[in-house]
Design a protein around this ligand. Structure first.
Ligand code: CMX
Ligand code: CO
Length: 140
């Protein structure tokens, strides 16, 4: 079902500071910056590697408001790993297959994610405490 780890999402208070850290410490390069109002985030994707299943990234996430998924996470747990995003070929099919196994979907239908992707989240309480995202990248 999973083609690769598409990205690891990391919650932070200050996006510009964290971008500077990842660039200067690890030499990663920002390939996309977006504001996603629906997800309540200002974010950047930093390219890590290319593999047979596609590329992988670090997604840095700053909340737009305290009362958002990432804002609540920061106030409860502080900065750190927020979620894992797996690449899938067909997000709607993956959602149906996973829901059939009894894992709760947070999203009833795919949403808009970074760089034109279709995304959907699985509830962390059903995945051993790991917020899990399915990512279908657009076909070129
Ligand atoms: N990882 C693991 N557990 C998490 C979590 C996370 N990122 N976020 C919340 N939880 C846990 C909390 O610790 C809490 O557990 P306890 O009840 O044991 O304390 C429980 O889930 C409920 O947390 P909450 O703070 O009350 O938050 P909500 O229930 O309102 O929301 C969630 C939690 C997962 C449903 C919400 O964060 C969500 O819908 N996330 C999906 C969307 C998202 O994260 N968007 C930002 C990223 C966008 C992108 O990647 O493009
Ligand atoms: Co993500």
């Amino acid at each position: 079902m999973f083609q690769r780890i598409d990205h690891v999402g990391i919650a932070c208070h200050n996006l510009e500071e964290k971008i500077e850290f990842y660039e200067s410490t690890f030499g990663l390069v920002v390939v996309s910056r977006e504001v996603n109002e629906e997800q309540g985030v200002r974010e950047a994707m930093l390219h890590v590697a290319d593999g047979d299943g596609g590329a992988s990234y670090i997604q840095l996430l700053e909340p737009l408001h305290p009362d958002t998924a990432v804002g609540k996470y920061l106030s409860k747990r502080g900065e750190g790993v927020h979620h894992i995003g797996y690449g899938v070929a067909d997000v709607a099919k993956a959602m149906a297959d996973i829901a059939a196994k009894g894992v709760r979907l947070i999203d009833e239908r795919p949403r808009h994610g970074s760089m034109g992707a279709s995304i959907a989240f699985l509830h962390p309480k059903d995945v051993g405490g790991v917020l899990t995202e399915l990512v279908e990248t657009p076909r070129h």
